[in-house]
Write a protein that binds this ligand. Structure first.
Ligand code: ADP
Ligand code: MG
Length: 256
């Protein structure tokens, strides 16, 4: 389990400052949600943690190590977006296995499956199949492994995307509005599933949403963002009952 420390992060796009000295300490194994209105800088902050965007100043530490110079794939994080980006021509099983195949092709030294394979206990192929099946069972898509993404519902596709993130055994999951393409009923159902997944895996999650109800129901703590700054970081009940300022109260819908 890895803690993530965000230390004095600023980000400018041209002359616009979209993040203003953001500090945020995410505890190992914590479900932290970044919540705030559209355009407040949530995705930019998440992308900086992932290494997909470079900050203008400040630093990010993962498991007590500064990662600012590291490429995304060397940060050992898994990112899940709202657009699932599954390969349409591959089966569900093959889609989930993609990160494992990439590591296999690159002869990745830190590939977790290699470490788990005992001499003479089976091939890499059977290890991949076992890993895919174990993840699919956890996500309740074990019966869909031979289908193509085009034959799946939106919720099933989102589970495949989660499975593909899980086989990497990342230090943390970064999720950017992963449910926003789903209809309202399924969204509520998937909230519970993601919260349950977090409890089972025990891995650190950073979850981004503009939906305060989503943030309130899933998170250990929430960071309320507005206009490039974090206004309050606390447990959902605390933010609701004791908002730090009027903008937080209005956004969360605290009683007057
Ligand atoms: P959120 O995810 O909270 O909706 P974003 O992090 O996507 O917010 O965006 C924060 C601000 O930064 C917005 O004003 C957005 O227009 C701006 N922004 C994001 N990405 C870029 C970019 N690549 N170039 C210029 N401005 C950007
Ligand atoms: Mg966003």
């Amino acid at each position: 389990m890895a803690g993530i420390e965000i230390d004095g992060i600023t980000k400018n796009f041209g002359r616009t400052e979209v993040l203003r000295r953001v500090d945020l300490d995410i505890r190992p194994g914590e479900f932290m949600t970044l919540v705030g209105p559209s355009g407040c800088g949530k995705s930019t902050l998440l992308r900086i943690v992932a290494g997909l965007e470079m900050q203008s100043s400040g630093s990010v530490r993962i498991a007590d190590t500064a990662v600012d110079g590291l490429r995304p794939r060397d940060r050992d994080l898994a990112m899940v977006f709202q657009s699932y980006a599954l390969y349409p021509h591959l089966t569900v099983a093959e889609n989930i296995a993609v990160p494992l195949r990439m590591r296999q092709l690159k002869g990745h030294q830190r590939w977790p499956l290699v470490g788990r394979l005992m001499p003479g206990t089976g091939s890499l192929e059977s290890a991949i199949a076992a890993e895919v099946q174990s993840v699919a069972a956890m996500l309740d898509i074990g019966h869909l492994l031979e289908r193509k993404p085009g034959q799946l519902s939106g919720g099933q596709r989102q589970r495949v995307a989660l499975g593909r993130a899980m086989v990497r055994h990342p230090k943390a999951f970064l999720m950017d509005e992963p449910l926003s393409n789903l209809d309202a009923k399924l969204r509520v159902h998937m909230r519970a599933e993601i919260a349950q997944l977090h409890r089972r895996l025990g891995t650190t999650f950073i979850y981004v949403t503009h939906d305060q109800a989503e943030a309130m129901t899933m998170s250990d703590r929430i960071a309320v963002m507005m206009d490039g700054a974090v206004l309050q970081v606390a447990a959902p009940e605390t933010v609701y009952n004791d908002p730090k300022d009027i903008r937080v109260a209005e956004f969360i819908g605290s009683p007057k």
